[in-house]
Design a binder for this molecule. Structure first.
Ligand SMILES: Nc1nc2c(ncn2[C@@H]2O[C@H](COP(=O)(O)OP(=O)(O)OP(=O)(O)O)[C@@H](O)[C@H]2O)c(=O)[nH]1
Ligand SMILES: [Mg+2]
Length: 188
């Protein structure tokens, strides 16, 4: 059985734990605890270690889904999780522009530790004050419209929407794999 480890990361309240709960076929292992700091302004509980869910993708492939904490004080978990990821998704709440800078910091943390393919998932696009994709990409450090990771809108509360986002991530992963076979990286 092939196992693919997919990591879902992003700021507090982006919807990482909800995303995994929406599609996991097992009871999600979660480490959500009562929030006592600024996270409590957004919601009562926050992830302090990781979420773990599982999805049988095909008879011979299982997806292991890991959600990171959103808070940087748990960044030792970001490190542990990203190093073993086959691919990952940065979730960003599209209606909270004050968090885009922080999302960019998470991304650069991940990119310093992993070359795994990534996509961006925009949550909360049903909320007022949502920014459009182009401006969010600029805020995340991708000013060139022809050079950025794939970006999808996803409602983390909807299993169907989450499944589409996971398919997009898997497709991107296999395209990158294919490219690497055709153009192997030069030896250093
Ligand atoms: N309206 C709306 N709500 C959403 C959407 N996606 C997620 N949510 C809600 O946003 C909240 C996200 O909470 P969590 O899933 O705990 O967020 P998290 O990213 O795991 O947060 P931390 O673990 O604290 O970093 C939940 O109340 C979800 O129901 C969306 O697309 N639209
Ligand atoms: Mg969480």
């Amino acid at each position: 059985m092939e196992i693919m480890r997919l990591v879902v990361t992003g700021p507090v309240g982006a919807g990482k734990s909800t995303f995994i709960r929406s599609v996991s076929e097992i009871d999600v292992v979660d480490t959500d605890r009562r929030a006592t700091d600024e996270a409590s302004l957004l919601k009562p509980k926050t992830t302090v270690a990781f979420d773990f869910g599982r999805l049988q993708f095909s008879p011979d492939m299982a997806l292991h889904l890991y959600g990171t904490p959103g808070q940087a004080r748990f960044d030792f978990m970001w490190d542990i999780l990203i190093r073993r990821a086959h691919a990952y998704m940065l979730l960003v709440a599209a209606h909270r522009p004050r968090e885009f800078h922080y999302a960019r910091r998470i991304l650069s943390f991940m990119q310093r530790r992993s070359r795994a393919p990534l996509i961006i998932g925009l949550t909360h696009t049903d909320q007022p004050g949502t920014w459009d994709e182009e401006n969010i990409l600029i805020a995340l450090g991708f000013p060139n419209p022809d050079r950025h990771p794939p970006i999808v809108s996803v409602d983390a509360t909807e299993a169907g929407s989450v499944a589409v986002a996971i398919m997009t991530l898997l497709q991107h992963y296999s395209q990158v794999q294919q490219r690497n076979v055709e153009q192997p990286a030069p030896h250093r």
